[in-house]
Write a protein that binds this ligand. Structure first.
Ligand SMILES: Cc1cc2nc3c(=O)[nH]c(=O)nc-3n(C[C@H](O)[C@H](O)[C@H](O)COP(=O)(O)OP(=O)(O)OC[C@H]3O[C@@H](n4cnc5c(N)ncnc54)[C@H](O)[C@@H]3O)c2cc1C
Length: 440
C-alpha cells in the first residue's frame, strides 16, 4: 500500500549535510509506518525519520529509507485542567504555538526557531535559556514509541520509566516517536530588553544577571570585550516592536553578508566587522513586547557552521576567558559574532547535556557568506579543547568530533541508554553514520 518516492535529495537547513535516500516516505498512519519497517527488514535497509531537517549535523541523514513525519502532525488532545497537550510527533512547533494559543496555553520555553518537529526537537535536546528552565525535553511528560518490532510503547515517569528517561532525548535511535505529551503553562507575553555591556562585567556579575531575568542570555562579540545582554521576562504590558527593515535587513543582513564575504579574502577584517556591527546594531538599548513564542523565536538569517557545548555553570567565566585569550594569542584564528551564551537547569534525562547539573551553553558559529565555506578548523578544535577541559558535553544536533569513548566519560547513564537501545533495536535498523560514531 505505502508508496516510497525515489530520487529525493535531503539537505539540512544549513546545507552542510545531505543524503540521497533510496526511498522517501511521508506516511499518514501507524499502519503505513509498520509497512515501511516490514519492507526495510525484508530488504535489509535502515530507516531514518526526519522532522524539520534543521539539525546542523548529519544526524538525520540516510541513503536507505527516510520517513518524513510531516503528515502525522495533529493535535490529539488538550487537557486544560492539567495544562497538557498531546500531539503527533511530526507537528511543527510553529503550528503547535498557534494551536496552544487558541486554548490560552503555551510552551514555557522554546529554541530560536519553530519550523522544527516536536519529535525532532526532543530528539537532539534542543534548549533555550533560563536557569529555572530545563532543556525542551524536560517539558515532555509522556510519549509513545513505535519500536523496530512494530510494538507501540507508552512511556512516562510511571510507565516504562527507564525507556522514558532515554526517549525524552532519543537521538532518533530508539524507534519512531508517534505522540508526545507536553506540560504547558498559561499563555504569556514577554518583555525583551537588550542592552550593551562588557564581558568582564557580565562574567563578574553572572549570578545577578541570572537572578534579574527569567530568560537571561548574552551575546559576546569575539575579538572584543563587547557584549549584548538580553533579558526576557513575562509582562502584562501591551505588545510593541522596535524592529526596522533598514537596520535588521539592509544593515544586519545584506551589508553584513557582503562584508563577511570580503573578509574571506582578508580574514583580519573579521575583528573590525565584529566591533563595527556591535556599534551599529547593539550599542543602544532595544525593547520589544510580544506573545512568548514571537520573542523566543528569532530569525536566523545566515547559513552557518555551529558548535554548542554545555559546561557546568560554575565553569562559565573560566571557559569564556580561556576562549578569549586563545583568540588574542592567535591572531590568525578568526571568530564570527556572536558567541551566544545561554543557561539551563540540570535534569535527569540520560543523554541530556544538562544531566544532573545546571549548565551554561556556549554556542559558536562561523557563517557561510553566499554559501562560501570559511576556514574554521583551528577555531573549532581550540573551542572543543576548552569545552572538554571544563567537562563539556556537545549539543547532539550540532558539530562535534566526539565518539563513543568520549560519551562514556561524559554521561554516567550512557551504558543504560545503550542497553535500552540494544533491547529496542537489536539489529540497528534506526542507525546511520552519525549514530555509529556514537554507539560503536
Ligand atoms: C536556524 C536554527 C536555529 C536553531 N536554534 C536552536 C536553539 O535555539 N537551541 C537548540 O538547542 N537548537 C537549535 N537548533 C537545532 C535544532 O533545534 C535541532 O537540530 C532540532 O533537533 C531540529 O528539529 P528538527 O525537527 O528539524 O529535527 P531533525 O533535524 O529533522 O531530526 C533530529 C533528530 O530527531 C530524529 N527524529 C525526528 N522526528 C522523529 C520521530 N518522529 N521519531 C524518531 N526520531 C525522530 C531524527 O532522526 C534526528 O535524529 C537550531 C537549528 C537551526 C537550523
Amino acid at each position: 500500500q505505502v508508496h516510497g518516492q525515489g530520487g529525493v535529495k535531503f539537505q539540512n537547513w544549513a546545507k552542510t549535510y545531505g543524503s540521497s535516500p533510496e526511498l522517501y516516505f511521508q506516511p499518514t498512519s501507524v499502519e503505513e509506518i509498520r509497512e515501511i519497517l516490514d519492507m526495510a527488514r525484508k530488504q535489509d535497509k535502515r530507516v531514518k525519520v526526519v522532522g524539520g531537517g534543521h539539525s546542523p549535523s548529519d544526524i538525520a541523514c540516510t541513503d536507505d529509507f527516510m520517513i518524513q513525519m510531516g503528515k502525522m502532525n495533529r493535535v490529539l488532545k488538550v487537557d486544560k485542567e492539567k495544562q497538557q497537550v498531546t500531539v503527533e510527533g511530526g507537528i511543527f512547533l510553529s503550528d503547535l504555538n498557534v494551536e496552544l494559543s487558541k486554548h490560552g496555553l503555551a510552551l514555557a520555553n522554546l529554541g530560536a526557531v519553530s519550523e522544527v518537529a516536536a519529535a525532532g526537537v526532543i530528539g537532539t535536546g534542543t534548549h533555550n535559556t533560563g536557569i529555572k528552565h530545563g532543556i525542551l525535553p524536560t517539558q515532555v511528560v509522556a510519549l509513545t514509541l513505535l519500536t523496530a518490532s512494530g510494538e507501540i510503547l507508552e512511556c512516562s515517569e510511571s510507565i516504562n520509566a527507564d525507556i522514558f528517561q532515554a526517549a525524552r532525548l532519543h537521538l532518533g535511535c530508539l524507534g519512531i516517536v508517534l505522540t508526545i505529551t507536553f506540560q504547558c503553562v498559561p499563555q504569556f507575553h514577554l518583555h525583551e530588553v537588550a542592552f550593551p555591556s562588557t564581558l568582564t562585567e557580565v562574567l563578574d556579575h553572572l549570578e545577578d544577571h541570572l537572578k534579574r531575568s527569567q530568560y537571561f542570555r548574552f551575546l559576546w562579540f569575539p575579538h572584543s570585550e563587547n557584549v549584548s545582554v538580553i533579558y526576557q521576562d513575562p509582562t502584562n504590558k501591551p505588545p510593541s516592536s522596535s524592529s526596522s527593515w533598514l537596520w535588521d535587513y539592509a544593515v544586519g543582513y545584506y551589508l553584513l553578508e557582503f562584508l563577511l564575504w570580503i573578509s574571506t579574502f582578508v580574514p583580519s577584517l573579521v575583528c573590525w566587522i565584529n566591533r563595527f556591527f556591535f556599534w551599529l546594531l547593539f550599542s543602544s538599548r532595544v525593547e520589544n513586547i510580544a506573545i512568548s513564542y514571537k520573542i523566543f523565536n528569532y530569525e536566523c538569517r545566515f547559513k552557518q557552521h555551529v558548535q554548542d557545548w554545555a559546561i557546568p555553570i560554575e565553569k562559565t567565566k573560566e571557559a569564556l576567558l580561556e576562549l578569549k585569550a586563545a583568540l588574542e594569542n592567535n591572531p590568525k584564528m578568526v571568530a564570527h559574532y556572536p558567541v551566544e551564551v545561554r543557561f539551563a537547569r540540570g535534569d535527569e534525562i540520560w543523554l541530556s547535556p544538562c544531566f544532573q547539573r545546571d549548565s551554561c551553553y556556549v554556542n559558536i558559529i562561523m557563517y557561510r557568506p553566499y554559501g562560501k565555506n570559511v576556514p574554521h578548523l583551528n577555531y573549532w578544535l581550540t573551542y572543543e579543547g576548552i569545552m572538554k577541559k571544563h567537562g563539556g558535553r556537545p549539543h547532539w544536533a550540532k558539530a562535534h568530533s566526539c565518539t563513543r569513548k568520549d560519551f562514556e566519560k561524559m554521561y554516567p547513564a550512557f551504558p543504560k541508554f545503550c542497553s535500552v537501545r540494544e533491547k529496542l533495536d537489536p539489529t540497528g535498523i534506526f542507525l546511520n553514520t552519525y549514530l555509529e560514531k556514537v554507539f560503536y
